[in-house]
Design a protein around this ligand. Structure first.
Ligand code: MN
Length: 132
């Protein structure tokens, strides 16, 4: 058993090449092989969002705080808020983030395939982000 106490692992600023705006990551589950399921708490400041991306084995998001936006490529942007669960199928191109005026935190759960759980694409432009 490994007990990781709050404060043992610092929050990490999400890498700027994959996110627009300030995003903070706190690991929840980072198991060694052969386990594959990873989880993190991700907090987006107002206006912040992921780049477009997809997951080889899909992803589940559980919104724990605030209000945010989610969009699948080619579909309308949808509102998400605390208490919502979102399942993204494998390969579906999408982004998630805060609204323009509120923070949003979600737990993200995803599995690695061949060592990777995500394929990053281009940033979400302001027009795409605000386009609704
Ligand atoms: Mn995702």
């Amino acid at each position: 058993m490994k007990h990781v106490k709050c404060g043992d692992v610092p929050s990490v600023r999400a890498p700027a090449q994959y996110f627009v705006g300030p995003v903070w990551q706190n690991p929840i589950a980072t198991p060694d092989d052969p386990a594959r399921a990873n989880s993190a708490l991700v907090t987006f400041e107002p206006g912040a969002r992921t780049n477009w991306h997809h997951h080889p084995l899909g992803q589940t998001l559980y919104v724990t705080q605030g209000a945010g936006w989610f969009q699948t490529k080619g579909e309308p942007r949808v509102d998400i808020r605390a208490g919502d669960s979102i399942f993204i199928p494998p390969g579906e191109v999408h982004w998630h983030g805060a609204t323009a005026t509120t923070t949003m935190s979600h737990v993200a759960i995803h599995e690695r395939q061949d060592g990777s759980h995500i394929t990053w694409l281009e940033p979400v432009s302001d027009d795409e982000y605000l386009g609704g």
